[in-house]
Write a protein that binds this ligand. Structure first.
Ligand code: N01
Length: 533
């Protein structure tokens, strides 16, 4: 390999939504860019999460790139909430359309990224033994990609088939006539359970915490609707960039407690019909006032009781440990009604915890379950997990994991002091998972490209967040979160699902539109809060 082959302007780690766009944009800037991806193909989250029922909970017309107007006009989504298969096909199409695959080494996991202060370059090493250097290191490693398989006693002794929703095989899994155990009732479990139950002989749902879930209200998109969206896409995107969550939805102008009961119900009915996690956005005070939140919670509790025939089972499916929306509301299709089936049993782990996974199934405090298949729908080491699994070292060998031992510290979610010319896409300290991840990725990559233009036109070699700017941003993120109900939940937003992880609300919750303005102001002020050298 010649130096030319192993030295690049930028390395991009990951070929998901943000990584693909980072490679595209780097190429557009005339940079020599190289990508690494541990999977065999592009798609990131949508490559790995192939479990039955996997769909996005953001509408397809919004959860798509806006940078390529021709693509936006030519691609036609078939359903309101796209399936994993359709999103993956879309991302493969984008990769081919812009010839992005050729920039990548696939089946190659980055093991370390080390900054050389004297050379002003990053050295990136992989598990295939390949090492490259680059001026910029762009980490597009995903926020829900490091799977969490809890250390339950006997976990690896089960001799039947075992799957994790986030590492689902490419071949279809046949549940027909099988006894299936599912651990976990987050978005993945709740989407998969109804589909598994339709084929399996028996499904045991091992539920530790019930979750709020709202029917998707999914439907096929009509030609008329699609034509109307396409005609108006520019405005739709403009509103999305100004919005709190990266889609053109805004709450009722008044708070939940400022309207009378009839109006409140009318509004909740409307947002219930809109479907899914958007329900958190019905009223502006819903996520900041416990009393306002209670009205939403009571509305949804009544709906759950309507959907579940057995009142005792309904009771166990209603969360009591967190305000509605402080864990991501699940977007489901027929979840609660699944418990009306004779072949579905809810096992309440709060009453009888798992004691052991055995060779033939699961043992809880008071019973044993014989299983053919065990599904871990147990989530992810979210937001930081995919970064902490890489040995990332900045100036003077500073380790990112050590720097983040009390929780992630970034400036704008984009940069870390002590790690020059390193950018994180959609990571902690940015709106990230609280926003439409596609527009989020575009915003980050566009900002970074503008930053690189600035550096190049001013003859500047490196950019690095200052410690003060990072401290202030972390304080700002914490203050924003403290003004909401979110920190009260043991959610993955808080790192609470991973034993020993610091309890910090990781995304920036000040709104996508506000965040866009802040980033634009920082750039306009000559990259305020960064040291340019
Ligand atoms: O993961 P989760 P997920 N014993 O962490 C349980 C996005 N997503 O993959 O709550 C028993 O939410 C755990 O229980 P508890 C979306 O943002 C989106 O489902 O910790 N149970 C919980 O029930 C989502 O929020 C879509 O008590 C254990 C479950 O496993 C995020 O990804 C679809 C356990 C994990 O739920 C993550 O969702 C899928 C143990 N030891 C995912 N450990 C859509 O777009 C964990 N659990 C629709």
């Amino acid at each position: 390999m010649t130096t030319q082959d192993s030295d690049f302007d930028a390395v991009v780690v990951g070929a998901g939504i943000s990584g693909l766009y980072a490679v595209y944009k780097s190429q557009q800037r005339g940079m020599r860019v190289h990508g690494f991806e541990s999977a065999e193909g592009v798609g990131g989250t949508w490559y790995h999460n192939r479990y039955p029922g996997a769909r996005c909970d953001v509408e397809s017309i919004d959860y798509s790139y806006s940078f390529d107007e021709d693509l936006q006009q030519e691609w036609t989504w078939t359903e309101r909430f796209a399936t994993q298969e359709e999103i993956l096909r879309y991302l493969e199409h984008v990769a081919d359309r812009h010839d992005l695959r050729s920039a990548y080494d696939f089946l190659t996991r980055v093991t370390s990224a080390v900054y050389d202060e004297w050379a002003g370059r990053w050295t990136v090493t992989t598990d295939t033994g390949k090492t490259v250097t680059a001026r910029f290191c762009i980490l597009a490693t995903g926020v829900l990609s490091a799977t969490n398989k809890p250390d339950i006693p006997g976990r690896d002794t089960f001799t039947g088939e075992t799957y994790h929703t986030g590492e689902w095989p490419h071949e279809p899994v046949d549940f027909t006539g099988k006894r299936v155990g599912v651990i976990g009732t987050g978005s993945s479990g709740i989407q998969a359970i109804p589909i598994i139950a339709a084929d399996a002989e028996q499904v045991y749902v091992f539920q530790r915490s019930p979750n709020y879930s709202i029917p998707a209200g999914n439907r096929r998109l009509t030609d008329d609707f699609v034509a109307q969206v396409k005609a108006d896409y520019a405005e739709r995107r403009r509103l999305s960039r100004l919005s709190g969550g990266g889609t053109p939805n805004s709450p009722h102008p008044k708070g939940a407690l400022e309207v009378d009961a009839a109006e409140r119900t009318r509004v909740y009915d409307e947002w219930w019909r809109r479907g899914g996690y958007l329900f958190t956005k019905a009223f502006p005070d819903q996520m900041v006032s416990k009393a306002a939140n209670d009205t939403a919670r009571e509305y949804v509790e009544a709906k759950i009781r309507e959907m579940v025939d057995d009142p005792e089972v309904a009771d166990q499916l209603i969360p009591t440990d967190h305000p509605i929306g402080t864990k991501r509301i699940v977007t489901d299709t027929g979840y609660f009604q699944t418990y009306n089936r004779a072949n579905v049993t809810l096992v309440n782990l709060r009453r009888t915890p798992i004691t052991q996974i055995t060779e033939s199934g699961m043992r809880t405090g008071d019973a044993s379950y014989e299983l053919d298949i065990l599904v871990f729908a147990t989530g992810f080491d979210a937001m930081t997990g995919s970064l902490s699994r890489i040995d990332i070292r900045g100036r003077a060998g500073r380790e990112l994991t050590a720097e983040w031992s009390a929780g992630p510290r970034t400036y704008l979610g984009l940069a870390v002091d002590g790690f020059p010319n390193m950018f994180i896409l959609a990571g902690p300290g940015s709106p990230s998972v609280l926003a439409n991840m596609v527009l989020m990725a575009e915003q980050h990559v566009d900002w970074i490209a503008g930053c690189m233009d600035h550096l190049d036109s001013h003859g500047i070699a490196t950019i690095e967040a200052t410690r003060e700017a990072a401290d202030e941003w972390v304080a700002e993120c914490n203050a924003k979160a403290a003004g909401t109900l979110f920190p009260s939940a043991n959610s993955w937003y808080m790192g609470a699902n991973i034993p020993g992880k610091p309890r910090v609300f990781m995304p920036y919750i000040g709104g996508f539109g506000n965040y866009n303005s802040i980033c634009a102001e920082v750039a306009a002020a000559g990259y305020k809060g960064f040291a340019l050298d």
